[in-house]
Design a protein around this ligand. Structure first.
Ligand SMILES: [Zn+2]
Length: 498
């Protein structure tokens, strides 16, 4: 139950607790709830009935007759209904949801007036869940919407519990208290790499990152075979012992074809996060083969092509990457804009000049990036325009060309220029920082304390002990964060069931 998460996280006080109990099946809220008692006490005191100010409210109510009690209760704040859980249906909007639960349009307007914080409520999708409760006089008292595993949009109404009556709505993002943990998984490939990673407890998102990090050095899913080894150090966010999010890969090692490739996450001098080898050489080349997220290659590089529209032999000096109109196109590398505009068959085209004689062209654009002009400096990955079908094009695609000293090359197969290494000024710090990571990846004795999954699981009574052929390590870094072995192991063990 998602509520338990909030309550355990301590983001709610006594009120939240009593409601939680209420949700658990009690018939209705006690009419002598905190708010009613408080107003009762205040009213009795004002009427000059001679009670001591510190006399308990229970004592006060016991001294009133039944009619007086009724009269005082009528003046008290409106009650609040139990929590309702509303699931968004296909075709729903927030206004439809409000209608369904009987909240009037003015409540919707008041909510939407809260601005950007409540914007996620304008983009509800089928299956989303809202939790809300109302006052008995038909106003919104509180609303919760989980934005992700960690963040929840919380709408509250001030003064709703007091006799003064309900005040204004407030919106805030409540963030679950989380801890970042560094986890290490190691294993040997048995069958497919992806299954072996899953067996070692590596979440799918982390496996995907691994493939991405190595994509210019190795096609992991194709190249890694039985007996090849992998180890990964990655971050994960935990709240109350449960994993709520996985973070980035911090370090990785693969051994395949007799080669060992280690990669480490680091921030370069431009503040960008990249992966480097132990010597500080970049894993990614400085030019990208794929400046757009395409669905298929609609026409390959072909120096001897018959043109599909002109029906004459005309070389195709680039690669056509089919993608929906409007898909962002990214600069393939750092460079300077040489041309932005229209050019015969290319339609709307951007030309970039890079380094060491490399240049790139991006044709058939639907639109250029806002304000992009000749002479601008662009960074690798920066959006320079959007996919279209301008010029001689039969459908929306990017025509992508790479030239070296003016001569075209096949972007998908040419040897790409090496990425920029970490600058010498950062290398010493980098080298010392990665030493414990290298030890964790290689499982060097005395540097990490290793638990074998099956035995440790039984010892600590974890419900789902993993029996995979993999070990999990506590690096010195983990130990500094004062997690007990049992604690970390149970976590890792539950990972393997994710
Ligand atoms: Zn083309």
């Amino acid at each position: 139950m998602r509520w338990s998460k909030f309550l355990r996280a301590g983001t709610h006080g006594a009120l939240g607790m009593s409601l939680f109990v209420c949700m658990g099946g009690s018939v209705h809220a006690n009419p002598f709830s905190q708010g009613a008692q408080a107003s009762l006490h205040a009213a009795a005191f004002e009427s000059g009935s001679g009670f001591d100010a510190d006399e308990s409210s229970a004592a006060v109510t016991s001294k009133l007759g039944p009619d007086e009690r009724q009269a005082l209760l009528a003046k008290s704040a409106p009650e609040i209904t139990p929590w309702l859980e509303v699931t968004v249906k296909s075709g729903d909007s927030l206004s439809r949801v409000f209608e369904r639960v009987g909240l009037p349009a003015r409540e919707l307007m008041a909510l939407l007036a809260l601005g950007d914080t409540v914007a996620p409520l304008k983009r509800l999708r089928p299956g989303d869940t809202l939790e809300l409760r109302k006052t008995t006089d038909g106003r919104l008292a509180e609303l919760r919407f989980e934005l992700d595993a960690i963040k929840t949009l919380s709408i509250t109404r001030s003064g709703v519990e007091s006799e003064a009556g309900a005040g204004a709505l407030n919106a805030q993002i409540v963030r679950l208290q989380t801890q970042t943990r560094q986890l290490t998984a190691r294993g040997t490939v048995e069958g497919s790499l992806s299954r072996s990673l899953a067996k070692a407890g590596v979440p799918a998102a982390v496996s995907a990152q691994l493939a991405h990090i190595y994509r210019y050095r190795a096609n992991l899913s194709r190249q890694m075979h039985a007996g090849d080894r992998f180890s990964i150090v990655y971050e994960a966010e935990y709240a109350n012992g449960e994993r709520v999010a996985t973070g980035p890969v911090v370090a990785a090692s693969i051994t395949t074809d007799g080669r060992n490739l280690k990669a480490f996450r680091a921030v370069n001098e431009d503040g960008e996060t990249r992966y480097y080898d132990a010597e500080g050489r970049a894993y990614e080349p400085s030019l990208s083969r794929h400046p757009v997220n395409y669905s298929r290659i609609s026409s390959p590089y072909n120096p001897d092509r018959l043109h599909p529209i002109l029906h004459i032999r005309r070389p195709h000096w680039g690669v056509d990457m089919a993608a929906p109109r409007g898909t962002p196109i990214h600069a393939a590398g750092d460079g300077v804009v040489k041309f932005v505009g229209r050019r015969h068959g290319y339609g709307r085209i951007v030309q970039l000049s890079h380094f060491d004689g490399y240049s790139t062209r991006y044709g058939h654009m639907y639109q250029f990036a806002d304000g992009l002009k000749r002479g601008d400096h662009v960074k690798k990955g920066q959006v320079i325009g959007y996919v279209g079908a301008t010029g001689e094009a039969t459908g929306p695609h990017l025509h992508y060309e790479v030239r070296l000293n003016g001569r075209p090359h096949n972007p998908l197969t040419m040897k790409l220029p090496d990425g920029h290494p970490l600058p010498k000024s950062r290398l010493a710090a980098y080298t010392s920082r990665i030493q414990p990571l290298i030890a964790a990846l290689d499982d060097v004795p005395n540097m990490s304390q290793t638990l074998v999954a099956s035995s440790a699981g039984a010892r600590h009574g974890c419900t789902q002990a993993s029996t995979v052929n993999a070990t999990f390590a506590l690096t010195p870094h983990n130990l500094q964060r004062s997690h007990s072995l049992a604690d970390l192991f149970c976590v890792v063990s539950s990972d393997s069931n994710a």
